[in-house]
Every structure is written in structure tokens, then in C-alpha cells.
Design a protein around this ligand. Structure first.
Ligand SMILES: CC(C)(COP(=O)(O)OP(=O)(O)OC[C@H]1O[C@@H](n2cnc3c(N)ncnc32)[C@H](O)[C@@H]1OP(=O)(O)O)[C@@H](O)C(=O)NCCC(=O)NCCS
Length: 199
């Protein structure tokens, strides 16, 4: 007979790392994350200055639906970025539109905790996820698009060896101006040349 799963006294779900880095872990999102700091990130115009959020309020219900989707989808891999020490949830990272025929996916990332900006966390998290994308999921191309004004994201894309592949002119409207969206992409061959093969 299978052993009974004991509920933790606190009622909290167990922390289960999925990908481990030096300072960070990427772990599945948990229901309780919806009532954590996560909700504030998408209602913060500074965090959202470089992404497509903050047009309508983001509610706990939205967060819960997103977390549910994260658990059931095969075409998206959505993970929480948390500090290994203390499990502080500082952001989310995802491979979206995973296409197993063309072997492509889109990278999306938010470091929502503003105190964690500029400390190399996005680079560590993205390396973990791209290693997984190329060497576990066997993808061949990872791409992302970002506003021309989003310098940290553009630098992150370049760090990941992504090449600038195109520009969608005035593709978005943010802070009272139209902005171009710059498209970036990296192939597994290019990524492996820069970072080496599977860890
Ligand atoms: C974009 C984002 C993920 C970067 O995360 P981060 O952990 O602060 O970035 P890192 O510290 O890992 O640095 C990544 C690169 O950006 C640079 N950078 C960081 N903050 C910067 C700033 N304020 N201005 C210019 N460059 C900056 C770093 O120097 C580094 O580039 P380098 O390797 O050439 O030195 C984070 O700012 C964020 O989540 N912003 C809000 C949401 C968002 O815009 N997401 C992307 C939507 S496409």
C-alpha cells in the first residue's frame, strides 16, 4: 500500500527545486505564490516598464489561473525563480510556445523583486533554463522580443549569444510613446560554442 503523504503542519507545499544554480533555484510555481510578492510585480509600473503588463490590474485570481496553467501545459514551461537560501521568490521565467516540430521556444523572464535587479540573477536563471531547453528538451532555437528601451533585457539577450534578428517598428505603446520591438534568437550550436555542452 502506498505510504500516506503527510500534510506539513504549516499547510505549505514542499519546496521542490527543479533546476539548481549557484544562488538560485528554478522551481514549480505553487498556489501560495499567488498571495506572495508575485502579485505586486504586475501591478508595479516600474517592473512593467519593459513588458506588456500594467494595462489592467493583476488580481490574485489571474495569478492562480496562471499557476494552474503552468502545471497543466505541455507547450509552456513556467518556473519560479527563487533564492536557494530562504526560498525568496524573486521572479518567474518561462519557455513559451514550445514547438516540438520546429524545436523552438520563446524565452520570457521577469525579476519582479526590484532589490534583486542588477545582481546577475537573470543571467543565472536564463542559463539554467537555456541549458535545459537545449540539452534536456532538445530544442534548437530560443528567441525573445523586447522593447527597444529595455536595456537590461537587451543585454541579457546578448549575454545569451542571441543575435538581433529583426525590429518590429512601433509595435507597442508604453509610457506615452510607440516603441519598436527588437527580436533576438540563439541556436543551440551558437549557445554551445559560447557556454559548452550539457552541464
Ligand atoms: C530585464 C531583467 C530580467 C534583467 O534582470 P537582472 O537580474 O536585473 O539583470 P542582470 O543583473 O542579470 O543583468 C543582465 C544584463 O543587464 C545589465 N543591466 C542590469 N541592470 C541594468 C540597467 N539598469 N541598465 C542597463 N543595463 C542593466 C547588466 O549589466 C547585464 O548586462 P552585461 O552582462 O552586459 O553586464 C529585469 O530587469 C526585469 O525583470 N525587468 C522587469 C521585467 C522585464 O522587463 N522583463 C523582460 C521583458 S522582455
Amino acid at each position: 500500500m502506498p505510504a500516506k503523504v503527510r500534510k506539513r503542519p504549516s499547510g505549505k507545499e514542499r519546496r521542490v527545486p527543479f533546476l539548481l544554480g549557484k544562488r538560485l533555484m528554478l522551481r514549480p510555481l505553487r498556489k501560495e505564490d499567488a498571495s506572495g510578492p508575485y502579485l505586486e510585480w504586475f501591478n508595479d509600473s516600474a517592473v512593467c516598464a519593459g513588458n506588456g503588463h500594467h494595462f489592467f490590474p493583476y488580481t490574485a485570481q489571474d495569478a492562480l489561473q496562471y499557476i494552474q496553467r503552468a502545471h497543466s501545459s505541455q507547450s509552456e514551461l513556467i518556473l519560479a525563480i527563487a533564492k536557494r537560501q530562504g526560498d525568496q521568490h524573486i521572479g518567474n521565467i518561462a519557455l513559451k510556445r514550445i514547438n516540438t516540430i520546429s524545436r523552438t521556444a520563446e524565452l520570457a523572464i521577469v525579476i519582479g523583486d526590484k532589490n534583486s535587479w542588477g545582481k546577475g540573477y537573470s543571467k543565472e536563471a536564463a542559463r539554467l533554463l537555456l541549458d535545459h531547453a537545449f540539452f534536456a528538451l532538445n530544442l534548437n532555437r530560443v528567441y525573445c522580443g523586447t522593447f527597444e528601451s529595455n536595456q537590461p533585457m537587451r543585454r541579457l539577450a546578448r549575454f545569451l549569444c542571441m543575435k538581433e534578428e529583426g525590429r518590429r517598428r512601433q509595435a507597442t505603446f508604453k509610457q506615452n510613446r510607440y516603441l519598436d520591438i527588437i527580436e533576438y534568437g540563439v541556436l543551440r550550436r551558437e549557445y554551445s560554442l559560447r557556454f559548452g555542452g550539457p552541464p
